[in-house]
Ligand binder design. Structure first.
Ligand code: TYD
Length: 221
């Protein structure tokens, strides 16, 4: 897969980002029926790390609560390896087929979690990601923003959700992640749109839907 191929995308690529507990998964589920109507060419929803068999295996290694010895750079490189495989096997073929691809987390998660959260060099993270994705950027990134305390409270209240290694981090890591996201949004105002995820679910879904609709209209004009 070379740079030209990754740039020949025809569909729409949307990433959903946010700190843990922001509600990405629920919002995505609620958006789907409305998006199916809005975009009849077809939708694909997927997630990182994972989404395809090889990347799901890498996910198990990264998120295993027993892997407390994992080094931050190892963690970063595993996320990026999973991202590359998922991009090649799932994202690009669907974009080339004209689909709308909605991915739960993408490059901004590396910058927010491994950069702002773990303190690794943001320049290196951006370079490594750009290498792994051949510079592909989403047409739109929805950042579901929530105060860290409220995000953690929601995680604790949701007993059905699997608890992963990153959920077990202390509150200050979660606060740095949130700050990292807000800085990214400031740097990329055209691509990253903030949605206030502290509102009730209907309002969050409505805001997210309107932002996606606006990008579609812009692409069509
Ligand atoms: P997941 O169970 O998908 O969490 P969520 O439902 O909150 O999205 O686990 C993904 C975890 O991995 C989450 O804590 C964020 C983290 N992560 C990174 O630290 N870096 C990355 O590049 C990605 C994609 C995820």
């Amino acid at each position: 897969m070379n740079k030209n191929e990754t740039q020949q995308k025809q569909g729409i690529f949307i990433s959903i980002e946010g700190p843990d507990g922001a509600g990405k998964t629920t919002v995505l589920e609620r958006l789907l029926p409305r998006l199916e109507e809005l975009y009849p060419a077809g939708l694909v929803t997927t997630r990182e790390p994972g989404g395809v068999a090889i990347a799901e295996k890498i996910r198990e290694v990264i998120l295993d609560v027993n892997h407390t010895a994992m080094d931050s750079k190892t963690e970063l490189l595993l996320y990026i390896a999973a991202r590359r495989q998922h991009l090649v096997e799932r994202v690009l073929p669907n974009l080339q087929a004209g689909k709308m691809v909605l991915v739960d987390r993408f490059i901004d998660s590396s910058v927010a979690y491994q950069g702002a959260g773990r303190g690794l060099s943001i320049d290196h993270i951006k370079w490594l990601n750009s290498y792994a994705t051949d510079g592909l950027e989403p047409d739109l990134t929805l950042l579901l923003d929530i105060e860290s305390e409220e995000g953690l409270r929601r995680i604790e209240a949701n007993k059905d959700r699997e608890v992963n290694r990153l959920d077990l981090e202390k509150i200050d890591m979660h606060q740095r992640v949130r700050q990292g996201y807000l800085e990214l949004a400031e740097e990329n105002p055209d691509r990253i749109k903030i949605v206030d995820a502290s509102q009730d679910l209907e309002a969050v879904v409505e805001d997210a839907f309107n932002l996606i609709k606006a990008v579609l209209e812009e692409k069509e004009s």
